[in-house]
Design a protein around this ligand. Structure first.
Ligand SMILES: C[S@@+](CC[C@H](N)C(=O)[O-])C[C@H]1O[C@@H](n2cnc3c(N)ncnc32)[C@H](O)[C@@H]1O
Length: 223
């Protein structure tokens, strides 16, 4: 046994042991699939990891960029207190519609709100509302705009906030300085921003699992 089959089996074991999903999460994936959304949500293990990060942060306010069917939204929103708030930005009206239904079925509609439109248009509007600083930002949308999303995350957070940037490995192409694919260029620019910005410190980890070879970056906002 090697490669993907091995990773699937270990993920199945980890998920069934440590982060089993429940009916609301399963239904979110089922309905996303039935509506034709791509199967690119985080895994249950990754969702639980995000939830734990938010809990470790004592998060009260979370910003998500890239909702899809609301699967990661549900994991994250469950980390929040009853008066907590999660805002998730989604380009596609169809994805947002599915997500809103999934979030409501999970009983989280008073905590989690989905805003439709290109995130780079939604973010300035959100900033105009002077929201309380977000304690955690999960960036999981169009990778070409990753550096812009990190910049916006910096504007909307506080010292001690955490920024998670998903899917940074790009099949290993992230290490190729000559690669001109927009997702790779955007991801490299975001990582270099984290490396060089005086108010950010971060790292990136490669992962394997049922979604294949992947990885994420984690950054902390400094004072
Ligand atoms: C990888 S999926 C998000 C998965 C979700 N976070 C989860 O794990 O359940 C990326 C989502 O970002 C959305 N997206 C793409 N470009 C966007 C943009 N410019 N602004 C906002 N959302 C965007 C896509 O429509 C898609 O639903």
């Amino acid at each position: 046994m090697s490669g993907q089959q091995h990773w699937d089996d270990v993920d199945d074991y980890f998920i069934s042991t440590l982060s089993p999903d429940d009916e609301a999460l399963r239904a979110a994936l089922r309905d996303s699939d039935a509506a034709g959304l791509p199967a690119i949500a985080v895994t249950a293990a990754q969702g639980k990891f995000l939830q734990l990060l938010a809990q470790l942060q004592g998060a009260r306010n979370i910003l998500e960029i890239g909702t899809l069917g609301g699967y990661s939204t549900i994991w994250l929103a469950r980390a929040l207190p009853e008066d907590g708030r999660l805002i998730s930005l989604e380009y596609s009206a169809k994805h947002a519609e599915v997500a809103v239904r999934n979030i409501a079925r999970a009983g989280l509609d008073r905590i989690a709100e989905v805003r439709v439109g290109p995130a780079l248009e939604s973010l300035p509007k959100l900033a105009d509302e002077n929201p309380a600083p977000f304690d955690l930002v999960f960036i999981d949308a169009d990778k070409v705009n990753n550096p812009h999303y990190v910049e916006w995350a910096l504007r909307l957070t506080r010292a001690g906030s955490v920024i998670v940037l998903d899917n940074v490995v790009r099949g290993g192409r992230v290490a190729d300085a000559g690669n001109t694919e927009p997702d790779v260029v955007g991801t490299r620019a975001a990582l270099e921003l984290i490396a060089n910005h005086p108010r950010l410190t971060g790292t990136a980890l490669q992962t394997v699992g049922s979604k294949g070879y992947d990885g994420f970056a984690l950054a902390r906002v400094l004072g």
